[in-house]
Design a protein around this ligand. Structure first.
Ligand code: SF4
Length: 338
């Protein structure tokens, strides 16, 4: 593949990404200047309400935005140093599975009901590696064992597996070529709590064993606390706060992040009086001027309605996009509504 410029600090780096969709109701601006980076072996939690742009971000990182109606308007997505937006469809196809994989909420959408799970995994292996059928099946059985499924179940069909087991099969398929990056989009939402904990523990173990960079897309702060090293809070297609797990859980800064903590039950924060964030996420086909959170924010001031807040660094690892964290002098200088 051409244009490989490896630099090993990050397995994945997304810079200034904009994604939009043309609809009958106008242009939906789903992702609006988003930055993300994950180092090998680390887990980043991408947290936000439904409709914040989480799944679109994951699909963009796989270069799977359906086009039309969608398109990546601008930005850079580097997977192990390669700018994937410059790859041909064939090159990208090879990269998927080998370097980057994605698992979805509903395992049934990713499994073929009329093929045994062993054959499905073996097909993925055979597509990416120069191995014969017998070798591919041997490897498929090994990976099933790795995710806690006995090898002899390779000859069974998806309907013979429980929800948790099916999700393990999906994870096995995603990890079979040892990708550098795994994107998990609400991977345990469809499972009951006990199975959810088992699948998460398994993902954590595998990630450590295989040194995979993991993007965990979720709205569940309990999952974030359990598995993530870093957290990016997404609102209206932008990262409004980013930091280490401790930064975000011990010192949340953005009013939206604080609102999430107050509104969502979590393992670490079982508040009895949950307080939902008032109002709704803005219409992505008609984003407001200034800070997109301003009409839901109790701390909003005049500048919030007219100027987009820029990044304010709270520490080396922690930043927030909110006017509250800029000095008055800054407020008059930056501005530019995007
Ligand atoms: Fe609230 Fe203003 Fe900060 Fe936006 S910039 S979160 S409206 S205080």
């Amino acid at each position: 593949m051409g244009g490989i410029a490896m630099h090993n600090e990050f397995a994945v780096e997304v810079k200034n990404l904009y994604v939009e969709f043309k609809t009958d109701y106008g242009v939906v601006k789903a992702v609006n200047g988003l930055d993300i980076s994950i180092a090998p072996g680390k887990t980043l939690g991408l947290v936000g309400e439904t409709g914040a742009g989480k799944t679109t971000t994951g699909l963009a990182m796989m270069n799977l935005i359906p086009s039309p109606p969608g398109r990546i308007v601008q930005g850079e997505i580097r997977i192990c140093g390669q700018d994937i937006l410059k790859l041909s469809e064939r090159e990208m196809d090879k990269l998927r599975g080998q370097q980057i994989s994605m698992i979805f909420q509903d395992p049934m959408t990713s499994l073929n009901p009329v093929m045994t799970v062993g054959t499905q995994i073996a097909e993925v292996i055979a597509y990416h590696e120069k191995v014969n059928k017998t070798e591919a099946m041997k490897k498929a059985k090994e990976i099933l064992e790795l995710v806690g499924i006995p090898a002899e179940r390779a000859k069974e069909y998806p309907h013979q597996f429980s929800g948790g087991m099916k999700q393990r099969v999906i994870i096995a398929m995603a990890l079979v070529c040892n990708p550098s990056i795994l994107i998990a989009d609400e991977p345990t939402t469809a499972l009951d709590v006990t199975i959810q904990a088992q699948v998460l523990a398994m993902m954590k173990e595998l990630k450590e064993k295989l040194h995979t960079a993991l993007l965990m897309i979720t709205h569940d702060l309990g999952i974030v606390a359990d598995i993530c090293d870093f957290v990016s809070v997404i609102y209206a297609g932008r990262i409004v706060e980013h930091g280490t797990l401790e930064d975000i859980f011990d010192n949340p800064a953005h009013p939206y992040t604080k609102g999430l903590f107050n509104s969502l039950p979590s393992i670490t924060n079982r508040k009895t009086n949950l307080k939902p964030i008032r109002g709704l996420m803005p219409d992505p086909s008609n984003l407001p001027s200034g800070c997109p959170f301003h009409d839901r924010c109790d701390d909003a001031c005049d500048i919030c309605t007219s100027a987009m807040p820029q990044k304010a660094e709270l520490s080396e690892s922690h930043y927030v996009e909110c006017h509250l964290f800029h000095s008055d002098k800054d407020k008059s200088v930056f501005g530019g509504t995007k």
